[in-house]
Unconditional design. Structure first.
Lengths: 466, 559
């Protein structure tokens, strides 16, 4: 069990200890995060964070992070419920009226959207700060007292199926489905947030299961709120407490750890139309733990592997022109349980037509070689200066990303959720600052190994067109 | 490029009465925006960040590609970034530039956005290394580009794969959006992809790129945006652009002026037949003689917020097609081009155009529903024209429009980018004349009468280009269906859980009271006449798109 969850009683004590409005970030030794952070935990376990960003005049970013996503869909035949609930939340019958919530939001004026991922579902309306009281009332009402009809449920299930079909035109989604199944089997990470097609098609018949999902996971002790922008902490905690205080906490069960991959594994997707072949080389990664060297190395991996300056990227993209594009993202391994690192490459049709499977094998060899090279990172003559440059870049990049209340709130809460530590950003950046070259060696030799590897390949009909 | 500057001046003159212009000049002096240094116009944004943003917009894009060389503007921009710079015997390669800029953050590696009338380079530089950056990166990259031949071949190969294969076969929605953007401008310099055409890309030589650079990349053809009003920053950047386009011994092209799109006469439909398409998309539109710098823009903007706000559940098309009937994932409309739509929730800046069009975007639907939903879209636009909006609807849409500002102006990057566009449109950034700077005030000032007048003046459904992408096995049947005329239904009574009984040979539909309006509207859509004439409907294979500068290229065998 990688997800740390304090017993409720302890959380109440923690809430009392942390009540108050002292600027915690200002006390950190690093001082990276440029804004003050104010935190209060309500008695029902709801964490409330306020980040004043007063230079964004009259802007309010009001965020609710539910700590449940595709990972929590472990019952066979019930995948896709977290994503469906993201839709249902917008159909809340505020004041008993169909469309009541959306009409009220519309009258007030807000940009209102949400997304679902493996671990979380994130609701992130933005409005003018002068609407704070009204927005808080509407949001509290839908999260604490959601009302919707079965008819609405069926309509939204149809919409979700449409969304699935839309995504299904992209071979990347099918590759993700195959790759996740190979890597995680029946663990919640074994399917995409969209769910299995047969489950999505059956969603209209899963009204009761959906209610069960909601009752289990939409609980205050499973939620973090972040309010950022032209607001101060004064009055905000009291407002939230008055609106969310009666929300009943629940018992959140732990999820089992994923099993070992048992790699190397390889799977293939045949596509029906002529598209450039693709390959994804994936490694299972350790779960995210702020402050550890493993997690800190993970922060630098995109730079080490697929940036314009990475040896692997330069070789595949430019020197040998084996790929026309490659990339990876951290979001799939900044996760409660063991995540995965995906190096995705788009290949050339004409080369595949002449070389066939050997082309795929060559890419796998090159990626594994790059991973193997990282096991000896510290023996590079420039290891020290290179690591220094990467740390500098990481810091500037993180800073550049904090360019709006919404972006700042999201970045903060996605790291905060792991240990619920207000100083998480400073600690994360500090953990990268203290990395030594040997930490990269150790990481690569532990995780970037064939036993942890899943490869998925895809190509269309032979003789693709230009 | 001289004409471009004249155009810009004329546009500005048209918008600002003489007396007011004098007052503006005085105001601009107080505010010190926009600033002029040498020939460049500069927009600034004061931000407290230790990082300084830079945007350099060249007022040329794919609309300036010579015929048969479609893709030249795009390839020139990519080669500026990737084709090495400096001394030929000691070039700074793209790899070396990436190494050099890496410690300064990912934003320090220059990026570029190319559109039909502009090419914008962008970067974010830590203030503490600013001078080093100017000397080692920006000035030599712009002033001494080497346009490496190997990089030309490599990038060309990638772009050809995208245009010739990925775009045609992989992404239904992007295909439809790009195709409409060409369809509207068919027959003009704007009528091909920003990336170029398959044949055009193959024809581009290194010398073409050097000539394009000399013709359009000159210090007096750029607009600059700076995330600092520091004089030293301004001097450094204007100094860096001073050497642009000064390649020796290169003959300039005759500078081209992108033509205006011809007005559409009547309705026409192009059906793009895609192999194995899982669904169909509909795009329709017509040229719109209106820019954001025109006074009528704002009331029409409010009207369009009501009709079809992008990727939002607020608007009317979304409400009647998706929300009430579940036909698809979303339905939107636009009065300005919105680049890379599927990927962005809000329009990126730095794709300004002197010619815009209205369009509606219907996201993927079942193939068999195309005729019905095409009728629905036109019917709903026509209803808006006939009925207008009530004062309450206008107030609601104004409220929504103001909320959009929160996203449009969300980051300091966007604020600066919008100010560069202000320079392009002849609007004064940093004052209430600016697009974002004046946005909330402009919306507040819009009246219901102005909105309805703008709807009547600019929207119409009689002269429209309709583009459908559907599966190749469905395309011909669709053409036959729309040419045959007659009602076109989509969802059936069973889809709305309506019981059907028969008595004495007559069929009875038992429609619950609360579904009557839903069904009536379906019927109104079904019976709406598409009025497509025989010679105005064509089916084209996807391979006929993007092949040359023409909207549709007929294969040599005439198929």
């Amino acid at each position: 069990m990688h997800r740390y969850r304090l017993p409720l009683a302890l959380m109440v004590v923690g809430g009392l200890v942390l009540c108050g409005t002292r600027p915690l970030a200002a006390q950190s030794s690093d001082g990276f995060f440029p804004y003050e952070i104010h935190k209060r935990t309500l008695e029902n376990g709801l964490d409330v964070i306020v980040i004043p960003m007063l230079e964004f005049e009259n802007v309010l970013s009001y965020n609710t992070l539910i700590l449940a996503g595709a990972r929590n869909e472990t019952e066979p035949g019930k995948s896709g419920l977290a994503h469906l609930f993201e839709h249902i939340q917008f159909r809340h019958m505020w004041q008993g009226k169909p469309q009541g919530y959306e009409e009220a939001m519309s009258r007030m004026g807000a940009f209102n959207n949400a997304w679902t991922w493996f671990d979380v579902t994130f609701y992130h309306p933005v409005t003018f700060a002068s609407n704070l009281n009204q927005l808080a009332s509407l949001e509290a009402d839908r999260f604490t007292s959601l009302k919707f009809t079965e008819e609405v449920f069926v309509t939204e299930a149809g919409t979700v199926l449409g969304e699935y079909r839309n995504s299904a035109a992209d071979p990347g989604m099918r590759m993700d489905e195959v790759q996740l199944a190979e890597m995680y089997g029946s663990h919640g990470y074994g399917h995409t947030t969209m769910g299995y097609l047969e489950d999505v098609e059956d969603l209209p018949n899963e009204f009761k299961a959906a209610i069960g999902f909601y009752n289990t996971y939409y609980r205050p002790n499973n939620v973090v709120m972040v309010i950022a922008g032209d607001v101060g902490p004064a009055g905000v905690f009291e407002l939230v407490e008055s609106l969310y205080g009666s929300w009943e906490p629940g018992l959140i069960s732990e999820q089992p750890d994923p099993e070992a991959v048992g790699g190397p594994k390889q799977a293939h997707v045949d596509w029906e139309v002529p598209v450039p072949p693709r390959i994804t080389v994936s490694y299972k990664m350790p779960a995210h733990r702020t402050g550890t060297a493993e997690t800190a190395v993970g922060q630098l991996l995109p730079e080490l592997l697929v940036s314009e300056t990475a040896p692997l990227y330069k070789k595949l993209r430019y020197e040998e022109q084996l790929v026309q594009g490659m990339g990876m993202g951290k979001a799939v391994y900044e996760s409660f349980d063991d995540g995965h690192l995906d190096i995705g490459c788009v290949l050339f049709q004409d080369r595949f037509a002449s070389e066939g499977e050997a082309y795929f094998e060559r890419i796998v060899e090159e990626v594994q070689k790059a991973a193997d090279d990282l096991t000896a990172f510290s023996s590079r003559p420039d290891a020290g200066t290179l690591l220094r440059d990467l740390k500098s870049k990481y810091r500037y990049d993180m800073l550049a990303g904090l360019n709006s209340p919404a972006a700042t709130a999201q970045t903060f809460v996605l790291y905060y959720r792991f240990e619920r530590d207000p100083a998480v950003m400073d600690k994360l950046v500090a953990s990268v600052e203290v990395l030594e070259p040997g930490d990269i060696d150790l990481f690569a030799s532990t995780y970037l190994v064939p036993a942890n590897r899943v490869v998925v390949t895809m190509n269309g009909p032979a003789g693709g067109q230009r | 490029m001289k004409h471009i500057k004249e155009n810009s001046c004329r546009r500005f003159a048209r918008l600002v009465p003489a007396g007011f212009a004098l007052a503006l000049v005085a105001f601009a002096q107080v505010c010190a925006v926009p600033q002029k240094a040498g020939a460049q116009e500069i927009a600034t944004l004061e931000a407290p960040s230790p990082l300084v943003q830079i945007r350099i917009m060249v007022k040329a894009g794919s609309a300036h590609d010579p015929e048969g060389k479609e893709g030249l503007a795009y390839m020139t921009a990519r080669l500026i970034l990737a084709g090495s710079y400096g001394r030929p015997n000691r070039p700074v390669t793209k790899e070396a530039m990436a190494e050099l800029t890496r410690p300064w953050g990912g934003g320090a590696l220059p990026g570029v956005r190319v559109d039909k009338e502009s090419t914008t380079f962008m970067m974010t530089v830590p203030r503490e290394v600013f001078d080093t950056y100017m000397n080692q990166v920006l000035e030599p990259m712009l002033g001494r580009p080497l346009f490496d031949e190997g990089e030309l071949d490599r990038i060309r190969s990638e772009v050809l794969t995208y245009v010739g294969s990925s775009l045609r076969n992989e992404n239904l929605e992007m295909l439809g959006l790009e195709a409409l953007d060409n369809y509207i401008y068919a027959g003009t310099g704007r009528g091909h992809l920003v990336y170029g055409s398959v044949q055009g890309l193959k024809a581009i030589t290194r010398e073409d790129i050097r000539r394009f650079c000399v013709t359009y990349y000159s210090p007096d053809n750029v607009l600059i945006g700076l995330g600092s009003s520091d004089r030293a920053v301004r001097d450094a950047v204007t100094g860096a652009v001073r050497g642009m386009g000064s390649l020796r011994g290169v003959e300039a092209f005759e500078a081209s002026r992108p033509g205006r799109p011809a007005l559409v006469q009547g309705r026409e439909m192009t059906i793009v037949a895609m192999p194995n398409s899982p669904a169909a998309v509909i795009q329709l539109g017509f040229p719109l003689p209106l820019l954001r710098s025109d006074a009528d823009f704002w009331p029409l903007w409010v009207a369009n917020v009501w009709l079809g706000t992008h990727r939002d559940s607020y608007s009317h098309l979304y409400e009647v097609i998706r929300q009430e009937r579940g036909y698809n994932y979303g339905d939107y409309s636009y009065i300005e081009h919105f680049a890379s739509r599927p990927a962005y929730l809000f329009p990126p800046f730095n794709t300004p155009r002197t010619s815009q069009y209205f369009c509606a975007w219907i996201r993927p639907i079942t193939h068999e529903y195309v005729a019905h939903i095409t009728k629905a879209t036109l019917w709903e636009i026509e209803r808006l024209i006939k009925e207008g909006l009530t004062p309450e609807q206008v107030e609601s849409a104004k409220n929504k429009a103001k909320v959009l500002y929160l996203n449009y102006a969300e980051t300091s990057d966007r604020l600066l980018a919008a100010r560069v566009d202000d320079l392009f449109y002849g609007m004064t950034p940093g004052t209430p004349e600016g697009y974002l700077d004046g946005y909330l005030g402009r919306i507040d000032a819009v009246t219901a009468e102005e909105v309805n007048a703008a709807i009547r003046r600019y929207l119409q459904v009689d002269n429209v280009k309709i583009l459908v992408v559907t599966d190749e096995t469905q395309a011909r049947a669709l053409a036959d269906q729309v040419l045959a005329g007659g009602p076109a239904w989509a969802k059936l009574p069973g889809d709305y859980q309506i019981a059907v009984t028969e008595e004495e040979g007559r069929r009875f539909y038992h429609v619950p009271e609360d579904r009557l309006d839903t069904i009536r509207l379906e019927a109104a859509w079904a019976y709406y006449p598409l009025q497509l004439e025989q010679d105005r409907v064509r089916v084209v294979p996807v391979s006929a798109l993007f092949e040359t500068g023409a909207f549709v290229t007929v294969p040599p065998d005439g198929r």
